[in-house]
Design a protein around this ligand. Structure first.
Ligand SMILES: Nc1ncnc2c1ncn2[C@@H]1O[C@H](COP(=O)(O)OP(=O)(O)OP(=O)(O)O)[C@@H](O)[C@H]1O
Ligand SMILES: [Mg+2]
Length: 199
């Protein structure tokens, strides 16, 4: 089986890690080799010492992208779950990796502030931490992501079905025996990928 990179991007608390772990489980069940490169874990080891300036954030993403490229070209699936706020470096990774599927996890900022999984929005809004994406640091949404998740409107399972469905339509993941998504959803996925020129 050929490898690829599944690249999640989105604001803090949007749902990247949750979806990455769930998709990982499904791909493992289908016999694929999978590694998740989660933003938090990467910053603890591979990118320890880097800060949150644009330069440091881009360096962090290039490191994640480099590892994802090595994994992808050796038949594994690399799933990245980092905010990756800058479009330019994400597109650079897409070019470098080739088999690259971008998932934009979208959610209104008010819902994110309410969710605040790690309590960081509260701190950022109180001015206790600076350069927090979505509060006082920019986020550039992708222009042509293969998948858009509306995590305030969809259940985790619905979002996962869209992602796995897209990977199946692209031919990157074998289909399972059971139907993961309905025929209508498959049509919607196909139309989107065609309109964007990905198939
Ligand atoms: N459709 C959905 N997809 C993903 N998460 C969802 C969805 N609906 C609700 N959620 C909830 O949103 C929260 C997302 O938190 P998660 O830690 O995955 O975000 P994150 O994008 O990894 O944030 P961070 O950038 O801070 O690491 C979880 O509590 C999850 O249960
Ligand atoms: Mg996360």
């Amino acid at each position: 089986m050929k490898g690829f990179t599944l690249w999640f991007t989105g604001l803090p608390s949007s749902g990247k890690s949750t979806l990455a772990r769930r998709v990982e489980e499904i791909l493992l069940e289908r016999g694929m080799h999978v590694e998740v490169l989660d933003g938090d874990e990467v910053r603890e080891n591979l990118s320890k010492g880097l800060g949150f300036s644009k330069e440091d954030r881009d360096t962090n993403i290039r490191r994640i992208g480099f590892v994802a490229k090595l994994l992808s070209r050796n038949g594994a699936v690399a799933i990245t779950a980092a905010i990756s706020p800058y479009r330019g470096v994400r597109d650079e990774m897409r070019k470098a990796i080739g088999r690259f599927v971008e998932v934009y996890v979208e959610c209104p900022i008010d819902v994110l502030k309410e969710r605040d999984v790690k309590g960081l929005y509260k701190k950022a809004l109180a001015g206790e931490i600076k350069h927090f994406t979505g509060v006082d640091d920019p986020y550039e949404a992708p222009l042509k992501p293969e998948v858009v998740i509306k995590s305030d409107q969809e259940s985790v399972e619905e979002s996962v079905a869209k992602i796995v469905g897209t990977l199946e339509v692209l031919g990157y993941v074998p289909r399972s025996g059971g139907a993961e998504f309905s025929a209508t959803e498959e049509e919607t996925i196909k139309r989107r990928l065609k309109d964007l020129g990905y198939i």
